[in-house]
Design a protein around this ligand. Sequence first.
Ligand code: 4AD
Length: 503
Amino acid sequence: MAQYYTSKINQLAGHNGEEVTIAGWLQKSRSGGKVLFLVIRDGSGFCQCIVEKAMVSGELFSELKHLGQESSLCITGQVRKDERSVGGYEILVSEAKVFCDTKDYPITPKPHGVEFLMANRHLHLRSQRQWALNRVRHTVIAAIRDFFNTNDFILIDTPIFTTAAGEGEQNLFNVDYFGETACLSQTGQLYLECGALSHGRVYCFGPTFRAEKSKTRRHLTEFWMVEPEVAFITLDELMELAEDFVCSIIKAVLENNISDLELLGSDIESLRKIKKPFYRLTYSEAVDILTGPKAAKYLEDELISLSSSLEDAENKLAELTETQSQAKKQWQKDKAAAEIIEINSAIAELKRRIENNPKHARLAAGFQWGKDLGGSDETIISMMHDRPVFVTHYPKDVKAFYMKSNESDAGVVDNFDMLAPAGFGEIIGGSMREDSYEMLLERINEKGYNPQDYSWYLDLRKYGSVPHGGFGLGVERTIAWLTGEKHIRQCIAFPRLMDKIEI
Ligand code: 4AD
């Protein structure tokens, strides 16, 4: 037999007609009497391998016929083009070697609940969706580093153990640090500001910790955040930087991950249309939209359209169930079963949105100036836009102590949140930083913090203070938005949630 690891499935196009060896895992198999169809996953892709009884020994044919899902093996055979086959090429098997004949793999092709899949996360990572999501994550992270590295930013690694809370004290994870209380970093920003006054343009990128007690689709307790910080910049320039940054991530994903996006059901056409400039609203304009007739009308129309999509989906489900029960061949039953899983998940999502619609409408109508925008409010604003939206100038009292007060209206700060469109919500939070020593001290006192804990941070305002600002982008939220994934827990290999710490 040829060497084990000679070819990768994603390179089979370059070997049409040749003999290759691939090594991987059995995703699924079916037997057609004297021929077996094995779908193999090798990490780079999926490929159907055909085993004809006449071409291999009886012993091998029988061994392959009884292999369980997720058995590991390598296969040698001739590559041939077949448009109908997964990946466009198949392999006509001449030899094979089984490494591990897996029995009773727990994650079968039938639908499983989220709890079960989370408890089996170590295995669930092999599923096609997780595989595609991790590949998109890889591109997003590479694009992030690329953007800052090619735009004159210096990487500054900020500490994870810290004594300075950046984003309020409600969601800190405290740890015992040799008898002292420290906390896990909620943001690298305060340290990054020191770096900006040294290098001008800096960024940090790492895990971030927040003791989020809410179980929402947008919150993890450990997530990855990238934060740039720039000296001598205005709020408008900062927003332009954020636009360029987000466009560069979209471009990279569209260039590298189209097949993953297709598999995940992402709205690729809408992503292609995202161009600068993004929309810009002040917080006050956002409140007017939420409480006025525009949002109410939008939500009513949405409800009508969701109800009609639900009816269509339920009809489709009935059709598929009929097809499945009438199907004569096993592969036809399997195909219908796979489509039923998909349509059921679409129905669940439509029902969730129908249920949330009146809740959104109620909350929006009762919104009052001065409150922070909540998840529902952001959802409505973002649903009404087809490109990302900046919401700027929030009330000072609902925002962090370090945000700079607006010069002409001291009740609001020079900040922005960037909301991803089509109902996704916030992916970036950013602001200009208070650069006056006196004003910053006042804010620290107003918030009831101890100025001693921030003495080094205050020093930045004493020694060469400059207008500066920055923002933070949540990696998992960005991936969820780009891929259309409903919950950000799927956008990191080993998610940490309020009720999930194992595996
Ligand atoms: O708006 P946030 O809290 O901003 C900061 O931490 C600033 N210090 C950033 C800066 O200006 N340098 O968080 C920024 C982003 C959010 O927009 C969101 O994408 C993500 O971080 N994020 C979370 N992602 C997942 N789970 C959570 N619990 C998150 N909290 C924030």
